[in-house]
Structure formats: C-alpha cells, structure tokens
Design a protein around this ligand. Structure first.
Ligand code: ADP
Length: 997
C-alpha cells in the first residue's frame, strides 16, 4: 500500500524526527544547566515557603510594615538578592490574605482565589534574575509576574510590565495590582486612552502596566517633541518584564516605531503613475491567461488532465505539443505564481512532476539562454519566494511605449560622475557650472524618486494581497500583522509602499510623511538595566533571545501535567480535500459537544472557512482583524460546550479559554490548525490554547500541498515522492519524509525572518548611537541648570574649533589668516582688528581662542541686552520673575526647535541613504558597510550644521516688546530713571576659558 490513512508507522517516525530537531539538540547540550538552575531555584522556593508560614501569624499591619522595612534596608545598601526570600514570602502571604476579596476587574467583580503555586515562585525567581520564563498558557503568568515586580519596585526605580494590548494592561493592573495596593505601592495602567498630560503622573507610580508601543512612543515623544522638562513623562528605564515576550521582541520587532509628520519636500507621484502600472500588470495578466488556457486546452486534448475513455496514440508531434504546453505553463508560473490554471495542473501529481522537471531543466546552467528567451515573453518576472520581481525588456518597452512624461527615463539612472566631469570640462563660468550641477542633482533626485514610486506601485500590485497583507477599512489601508493576524491601525508600510497600495486601491493617497523620530523595539528595550520576559513559547527562539537581548530562556515545569493529545499532521494534495477533511472532523468532534478552536493563517482563510461552516449549518464565531472588537467576549465563549470558534492567530494571546463543566466532561477543547504556520512557535502557541492547567484537550494540524509553506519552501524532491504516493481523492498522505519536509521548510523561513530582523537591527544600531547622542544633548538642553555655559562650551567653542581646523587645514600663513578673518566676520556679527589678531594668532589653538573670545564677547553682550529688556518689561508690568530664568527658557525653546528640525532633516537624509545603498548592493558592495560609513559622515555634517544653526539662532533672536501703547509708555518711564544693571553673570565663562587656554 502506498498510502496510509491511519498514520501508524509514521507516528513513531515523526516523533523521532521531531525528537532530533534543533532545539531538542540544543537542549541536550544545555539540558544539564537548565536542570541545575531549576534545582537551585527550587531550594529558594522551599525557603520562601518556610518564611511564608512564619508570616501567617503576623497581623495585617505587621505584614504591611514589612514593605517599609524592605525599602529601608535597600536604602541602606542591602541587595535585592538578599531580600528575595522574605519579599517573595510577603507576596505569597498577601495572596493568601486576599482570598475571598472582591476585586473589580474589567467591569466585573471577581473573587480572589489564588495562592501561588511553587512553579509560580520558581518562574518569579527566573524573572527577577532577568531570564525568560517559558511557562505554558494557563499556568498563571500574570500572578507570577507580581513577585519580581514587587521586589524591583521596592527600589523606587521605574518598574514596567509590558503587555500585548491595552485591555490586558488594564485588567492585570486591576487584578494582581491588588497585591501592590495592599502594600501602598502605587500601580497604574498606561493605555492608548491615557491623555498626554496625565502620563507623567502614571510614570511616577511604582509599577506601570502598558503596551510596548505606548512605552516606546512615550520615549520618542519625550526625546523628540517635549519642549520642556515638564512635558517629559518617563523617569528612566530600570526593569521591564515583557509578557508574551516572543510576540513583542520577535514578531513585532520587524517594524520600528515611527513618529512622522508631513514632509516639506516631496516629489511623490503615486497617483499619476498608478494607472500606467496597472496597465502593464493587466497586460501581463492577459498574456498569462492566454498562455495558460492555451496550454490547458492542449494538455486536456492530450488526455493528460483527466483520463478519458479512448486512449491517445502518442506520436512525436504530440510529445512536442505536450512539452511546449508545459513550458508555457512554467512561464505562466513565473509571471503569476498563483494562477488558477497552474494551481489546477499541480493538483495532478504527474503533471506536477513534469512541471518541476521543466523548472529543473531551466535552472541548469547550459539552458540559461533558453530560459532567458522563454522568460523574455513576460512583462514582469515574479519571484514569489524572495518576494521580489523584475521588469523584462519587453516590460520596459511596454512601459516606455505608454509615453507618459519621462517614462523613457524611468529605468536608467543619471551617471552623475560622468555628467559632472562633462560640466567641469565645459567652457562655462564657475557660477554657471555650479548652477548646472545643482540642476543636475535635482533632476537626479526627481528621477530616482519617480523610479522608486514605480517600483513600489508594482510591488503593491504584484506582492501585496488584500485581506492577507492588509485590509481596507473605512477607506483606509490597515496593516495586518503577519504573525498575530491583528490589525495595526496607525502603523504604515514604510518607504512609500503604503501610498502605493492606497493608489492601487483607489483611496486617497496620504501625503508623504517624514520621520520625526524612530526606534526599533529592540533598541528601546535594550535601554533597561534589567529585562525579563515570559511566554508559552520561547525555546525555538532561544538563540535569538540570547544573541540580541542577552536573555536566557528557562523552561518552567507545569503545575499539573499536561494531558493534551497532539495528533500527527494530516496532509492532503489539494486545499479542496483539506477543507473537506477539516469539515468532517469539525462535524465529528462537534457532535460530541466538545468546543473547537480553528486557527487560520489569514483573514481571507478565516472567512472562507466561515462560509464552509455556514453551508454545513454549523453555528460559529469568527475572530479576525476585521472582527476583533469582541475579542474578549468571543474568547470567553470559546470554552463552552458545543462552541465553534474560527480565528486568526490572534486568538486569546494572553487571555485564557475557560472550559465549562460539560466541555470538560466531553474531552475539553479541540484545536484544529488549518495549515502549518511559517513559524513553529506560532503553531505551538495555537496548540497551547488547549489542555491548559491540566484540563483534557487535543490538537491536530491539516496541511495541503497548495499551502504557501509547501509551495514555496518544501524541498523539490517532494513532488517525485508525491507522484509515487498519490492517494485516492480525499485520502490523506502520510509518510515521515513529509513531516520532516514541513519542519525543514518552517526552519528555513524562521532563519530568513531572523536575518531580516537582524538586518533591521543592524541598520538601527548605526542610528542608535547617533540617536543616543542627540537625545542626550537635547536632554541637557532641557535639564541643565546653566544653559549659558552649555551655549559657550558645547556649542560656540566646538564651532570655533571646526571652523578653524577646516580653514587652515594644518597651515597658518599670513594669507590664510586674512581670508580666515574675512570669512568669520562675514559669518558672525563681529569686528576684528586684523593686525592685532594676526600678530597674536601664532598657532591653531591661539586662533581658536581668539575667535572664541571675539564671538563670545559679542554674544554675551547680546544676551545681557536681552535680559535687560526682559527686566524692563517685568518692571513695567509689575511681574517679578528673574530675567535670567525667562531668558534661559526662551533660549532652551529656541535651541530645542533647531535641534528637532535639523535632526528631522538628518533622519530624512538617512532614509534616502538607506534607499540608495540598497540600489548600490547591485554593485557588489556591502550595503551595510556603505551605510555605516556614509551615515557617519552625514552625522558629522549634521553636528556641524547644528552648531551653525545654533549660533545663527542665538545671534538672530530678539525679545519682542509688547505692542500696547500703554505698556510702551510705562517701559519708557522705567527706562528713563533706571540705570541698566547686569542680570547674567557671564564673565565667569570667559574666566574659565582663559584659564583653560
Ligand atoms: P497565562 O498568562 O499563563 O496563560 P493567566 O495568568 O491568564 O495564565 O492565568 C490563567 C488562569 O489561572 C487564570 O484564570 C488565573 O486566575 C488562574 N490562576 C493562576 N494562578 C493561580 C493559582 N495560583 N491558583 C488558582 N488559580 C490560578
């Protein structure tokens, strides 16, 4: 027998293969360390339990006094480690005392019924020590978190718990927050609804619950938008405990947080380019349709699609026909990988093999030219696997033939070096040459932008699928997170892709935006002194956690043994057969009254399945990116007997599916996976929904050869195997090679995604250094008591240094000194006695010193004058704020605005640079290295320009006098009798400088 519908032998084989997979292998090596750690922690757990028994006899007041005592001991220098046993015992004992207390949580009153289990204490210790605790869903991570949070918060330093969504932030803060409130520790939830002006107060609490993006965006706002220190809300980054840590540090880490605003310079051309792009895409589609139906007809006439009664006599000519039809189909598969006819043909194992033989043939080196000729028939060649595409010459010609504007130039770049040389050698004057170069550069920029827009539009058409990658909601494009299936309102595809999709879907195209501030979640969380995390699924990504965050993963044993029955995968040739089998299974399990949760990979599939269920008259709920407002409710229902819930991966991340009595009796929750996900972790997550906390339950995954995972990433040998083992319609295939294949495919994708995340991070790391420097400087502008010494020593003096160094370039001559004086007197409002200056300027240091002295003298006078002006107004209006304080605030404000503007410009150049190095990658240079070097130069430019802009701003600003006549009069009156006094003690600045030179 070639197939085996009852999966027997396979089962054992599969176990063996899984048993050998990578993470088990890693575990084998590190296993001993894992057990050693657990053993060590278990001893501590025993100590905690012993201590807790002793606390039972304390009065409530005495227990509460413990917290105060701990705080004092920490103040006096005791370490948290030495307090751990007592502190954890206090938390456990507090839980015991809370039993029976009514707590208002998410709109309901709930009775406290939790006394921590030993495994929760164990998890708490791991978390306190900055590890990731892998605890299965339903093990009570929320309560576990309270131990490290309590202990860390005793230091008074900012302690944050990071949740996946606002709902959980509020719920957990109300629920286990009771422990902290009992001990007079303040705890608050930070959500999207928290108004900006209240955030500072929220952050002042001992413990804050909130989502990663709220924390991250607050950080960005504090450092790029706050105009005064009162507008900054965070107070540092001490301890962060991340719930569902894989979801946040792995899944969400691919898109950085970005604050953006309208851009002042834009050449965006999506609207006008949309219809020509659509036109080419249509040409391609028409062409592929024609080719595909011709081939289909040929193959079907040849009896190859479905066997007909009368047999065909094969002649050489017929052989040729079939061969050429298959080749044409192959071309179609390169032009439209998801073409229906190609899909249909692949359902037939024999044809599938033949098609793959064509593929193998064309990928052999000697047949390269033939392949190129075949593909040249297409307009665009699509590479589904690497998510990329390329226009063929035919496509480019068709584009040029559309003759819109400069379409003939869209695929050729200006050779700037060559053109510059031409201008240099021309007989024009220097000024004309400069003008020509500027013009050329602008042209180049426009052309690049246009080419970029065209590319992104093609990408939107060819690669981005509605209801898979995004949904259209209220005439807006909303991204769907690939892993969680959650809609991500507010986030945008970067780099113009979002606008391109808007154009494709005929929606209003948002104005091009410019980045004001950005950070990856990785770099945000790496700022914390200690980071910890918990999740049900971390082991498969243990390497990445270690590599990027220095986080160890510790597997915490479950409180009760998990008795879930995980069936082997059922694998079908086609999606059609797969869905039939799933439906059958649902009907069967449903008839026993068991609740069923069906996980799907996209909105699209969840809707498809919902239709199938409707047809079969099965009542069910759907939970996906389009219908998620009732998430908590649907999840609460999902554990009732007889409930059927269809969901994308988002289902119940962080919320528990509770079973009712009958559901328990009938065998618990049955989980059905409608495909294997790209990441094994997500599959484990889905499985883990069932059989929580010792409940009964089961799970099973269904896979078909048309699933994208199999189509794109499974090994090519598979097809030959299939040809041999094609089971009758409707029967699953099973063989160990398949299970191995699936897992290999998953690992391949995981690896690729890891590289992508690492890539994003490597680029962000370059920016991270710059960001930290600028944010630190910006913060000193906001916080430094004495803004004046900052002006003179951190702005003016470095500026003098760079100007002089650049000008003299090592050589000081009479001539260069003269031109130097000319230059600086033009740049700064100063007058210089040439002879005296040249006489004294015997070295570069002297030059710098002299320049600084001149400039700072003038600036000091100017500032003093402004202070006097303020004093006048104060006196005239009867207000009594120190002129110095007011002037400082005015200057702070002025400088902050300059930094922000310049930094935004810098970020824009960095964005452009990133696009450019991407293009350069073709020239076999390492784009990252190029990026690093140039980003460094750009940053040097930026700091230089910043100091210039500062000095212009400082020399340029004037305090505006009030306009009212009355006030003017009283000012004049004051002026007439008052001898101006000094308000700023700026002389000290000169003295320090004299001293130092
Ligand atoms: P996880 O986040 O690990 O999936 P939760 O924190 O949502 O788990 O908790 C799962 C369920 O277990 C909740 O209903 C919670 O009230 C309950 N629970 C947790 N710890 C205990 C305990 N020590 N005793 C009793 N019930 C507990």
């Amino acid at each position: 027998m070639h197939y085996n519908s009852k999966i027997g032998l396979v089962e054992t084989l599969l176990k063996n293969i899984r048993g050998l997979n990578m993470f088990k292998f890693i575990k084998k090596i590190f296993g001993t360390q894992q057990t050693r750690t657990i053993k060590r922690y278990m001893k501590i757990v025993q100590a905690i339990n012993a201590q807790e028994i002793a606390y039972k006899s304390l009065s409530d007041e005495e227990l509460k006094a413990k917290t105060i005592e701990f705080k004092e001991r920490i103040q006096q220098g005791e370490t948290l480690d030495s307090i751990l046993v007592e502190a954890f015992a206090v938390v456990k004992n507090t839980c015991r005392r809370l039993v029976g207390t009514e707590i208002h949580v998410s709109g309901y009153d709930q009775k406290w019924d939790m006394i921590p289990y030993d495994v929760q204490l164990l998890g708490g210790i791991a978390l306190f020590n900055g590890s990731i605790a892998e605890m299965q869903t339903g093990e009570g991570k929320t309560l576990t978190a309270s131990f490290p949070l309590y202990l860390r918060a005793l230091t008074g330093k900012p302690t944050h718990l990071v949740t996946v969504n606002d709902y959980l932030a509020e719920r957990d803060c109300q629920w286990v927050g009771e422990i902290f409130r009992y001990h007079q520790l303040s705890v608050q939830a930070l959500t999207g609804k928290t108004p900006v002006h209240e955030r500072k107060k929220v952050y002042e609490s001992d413990i804050v619950y909130g989502t990663a993006s709220e924390f991250g965006f607050d950080y960005l706002r504090d450092n790029s938008m706050a105009q005064s220190k009162d507008e900054q809300c965070q107070r540092g980054h001490y301890f962060a405990l991340i719930d569902e840590v894989d979801s946040i540090l792995i899944d969400e880490a691919r898109t950085p947080l970005i604050i953006s605003g309208p851009s002042h310079q834009t050449f965006q051309m999506y609207a006008e380019l949309q219809s020509p792009v659509q036109e080419i895409v249509k040409k391609q589609r028409d062409f592929c349709n024609k080719l595909a139906s011709e081939s289909f007809k040929t193959l079907s006439d040849l009896n190859l699609i479905e066997e007909r009664q009368e047999a065909i006599k094969w002649t050489k000519d017929l052989e040729e026909q079939s061969k050429s039809a298959l080749r044409q189909l192959w071309v179609v598969s390169k032009g439209m990988p998801k073409h229906k006819i190609v899909k249909r043909i692949k359902e037939n194992p024999d044809l599938r093999v033949k098609l793959e033989q064509v593929e193998t043939y064309f990928y052999a080196e000697p047949n390269r030219e033939e392949k190129a000729t075949m593909l040249a028939e297409l307009f665009i060649v699509v590479d589904e696997r690497s998510h990329d595409f390329e226009l063929t010459d035919k496509g480019i010609h068709a584009w040029e033939a559309l003759k819109m504007g400069t379409s003939q130039d869209d695929f050729t770049m200006i050779d700037l070096g060559h053109e510059y040389a031409k201008i240099e050698n021309s007989p024009f004057s220097d000024e004309q040459k400069v003008a020509q170069k500027v013009h050329l550069r602008e042209q180049d920029a426009k052309r690049k932008e246009r080419a970029h827009n065209v590319r992104q539009l093609f990408r939107a058409h060819l690669m981005m699928e509605k209801d898979v990658d995004y949904i259209v909601h209220e005439r807006k494009i909303i991204i769907i997170d690939e892993n969680t299936g959650r809609p991500q309102p507010g986030r945008r595809f970067s780099d113009g892709l979002h606008q391109a999709i808007e154009a494709k879907e005929n929606l209003e195209i948002q104005q091009e935006t410019q980045t004001y501030a950005t950070i990856t979640l990785q770099n945000y969380f790496r700022m914390y002194d200690t980071l910890a995390g918990m999740t049900g699924t971390a082991m498969t990504e243990a390497f990445e956690f270690k590599e990027i965050y220095k986080l160890n993963v510790l597997e915490i044993p479950t409180h009760k043994k998990c008795i879930r029955a995980d069936a082997n995968d059922e694998i079908y040739m086609t999606e059609r057969e797969k869905y039939q089998a799933i439906l059958k299974e649902i009907q069967e399990v449903h008839s026993k009254g068991r609740p069923i949760l069906i996980g799907t990979e996209s909105v699209d599939i969840s809707e498809k399945l919902s239709r199938i269920l409707k047809q079969a008259k099965l009542n069910h709920h759907v939970l996906n990116a389009k219908q998620n407002d009732k998430e908590a409710e649907v999840i609460a229902e999902a554990g009732r007997h007889g409930a059927i819930t269809v969901s994308t991966n988002m289902a119940g991340r962080g919320t528990d599916i509770k079973l009712d009595g009958e559901a328990l009796k009938s065998g618990g929750l049955h989980v059905i996976g409608t495909t294997r996900h790209h990441s094994r972790r997500i599959d484990r997550q889905l499985r883990g929904r069932s059989a929580r906390g010792g409940d009964p339950g089961s799970s099973k995954f269904y896979v078909s050869f048309e699933d994208s995972l199999m189509r794109l990433f499974a090994s090519p040998n598979l097809t030959q195997f299939l040809q041999k083992f094609r089971p009758p319609e409707g029967e699953p295939i099973s063989a160990p090679i398949l299970n191995k294949s699936i897992e290999t495919a998953q690992k391949r994708i995981e690896q690729r995604n890891y590289s992508m995340r690492k890539h994003t991070l490597e680029y962000d790391d370059v920016m991270n250094k710059q960001r930290q420097e600028v944010y630190a400087f910006r913060n000193s502008l906001l916080h430094d008591e004495d803004i004046f010494s900052l002006i003179f020593f951190d702005i003016i003096h470095p500026l003098c240094e760079t100007i002089a160094e650049k000008h003299f370039n090592g050589k000081i001559t009479q001539e260069s000194l003269e031109s130097y004086i000319q230059m600086i007197t033009m740049r700064f409002p100063i007058r210089i006695d040439n002879r005296a200056f040249i006489e004294k300027a015997t070295s570069l240091n002297k030059v710098i010193y002299l320049t600084f002295k001149e400039i700072s003298n003038i600036l000091k006078r100017k500032l003093e004058l402004q202070a006097q002006m303020i004093a006048l107004v104060q006196e005239a209006t009867g207000k009594q704020i120190e002129p110095k304080t007011i002037l400082q605030d005015v200057i702070r404000n002025l400088l902050i605005r300059i930094v922000d503007r310049k930094w935004q410009d810098h970020l824009l150049s960095i964005d452009h640079l990133r696009n450019e190095v991407g293009i350069r990658a073709v020239g076999q240079k390492d784009p990252l290295q190029e990026f690093k070097q140039e980003a460094f130069h750009l940053f040097a430019d930026f700091t230089n320009q910043l100091n210039y802009a500062f000095s212009n701003g400082l020399f340029g600003f004037e305090m505006m006098l009030p306009q009212s006549e009355e006030l003017k009069k009283s000012i004049e009156r004051v002026q007439s009798y008052k001898i101006p006094k000094r308000y700023l003690d700026l002389d000290s600045i000169q003295e320090i400088e004299n001293h130092s030179s």
